[in-house]
Design a binder for this molecule. Structure first.
Ligand SMILES: CC(C)(COP(=O)(O)OP(=O)(O)OC[C@H]1O[C@@H](n2cnc3c(N)ncnc32)[C@H](O)[C@@H]1OP(=O)(O)O)[C@@H](O)C(=O)NCCC(=O)NCCS
Length: 162
């Protein structure tokens, strides 16, 4: 598979609205602007975010957060992927894989050893995709984890050691 026409770009004040559109049109949850705008400053922690372009068209995105010294049941130390999304028409072209590779590189660069995510239990496509990318299910189902979703409120934690 050729990845030549896929590039990643930084999120900035001009394109953060595009990020919101990509995410809110692919996931069953609608996030507020504050959720996207927080990547523009360091006030609320260290974030990793990119927009993926296919032939210069913005079609995918990722946002992740550095979690340090966590003792919570639902968040552990490492890099937590808050979302990774590719518009349906552009899926299966290797774009998700490149976005994930970016986070794996950042994980090593920040001396972290794990990447994890929450995924709705009914999102079987994403679960299969993460398992194909060496994520393993960890712990019990988190009942009622998602609020205001049109999908299942219950989530799995999937984790990858890097
Ligand atoms: C999950 C998602 C990000 C994957 O992105 P993508 O760009 O379609 O995935 P890629 O094309 O990079 O996939 C790479 C590999 O996985 C395979 N793959 C893709 N989708 C798959 C699936 N549903 N099940 C199994 N394998 C899959 C591809 O065939 C490819 O395999 P290869 O390397 O052997 O050729 C994308 O499907 C998506 O945005 N889904 C909706 C949003 C979502 O649920 N996100 C996750 C929760 S935040």
């Amino acid at each position: 598979m050729s990845y030549n026409n896929i590039t990643l770009g930084n999120v900035n004040a001009n394109n953060v609205g595009t990020l919101a559109i990509i995410v809110n049109s692919t996931l069953p949850i609608t996030y507020p602007d504050t959720f996207f705008n927080e990547v523009l400053t360091s006030d609320r922690g260290t974030f990793y975010s990119k927009i993926a372009y296919f032939n210069e068209i913005p079609v995918g995105s990722i946002k992740a957060k550095l979690i340090q010294n966590s003792k919570s049941r639902i968040s552990s130390t490492g890099i937590y992927i808050e979302f990774i999304t590719v518009l349906e028409h552009y899926q299966n072209k290797g774009i998700g894989k490149i976005l994930l590779q970016y986070i794996e590189d950042e994980c090593k660069r920040s001396y972290q050893h794990s990447i994890y995510i929450h995924v709705a239990v009914d999102n079987t496509n994403a679960i299969t995709w993460y398992e194909k990318n060496d994520f393993k299910r960890e712990g019990d189902i988190l009942k009622g984890y998602y609020k205001d979703t049109t999908g299942s409120p219950d989530a799995y934690i999937l984790k990858k050691n890097v």
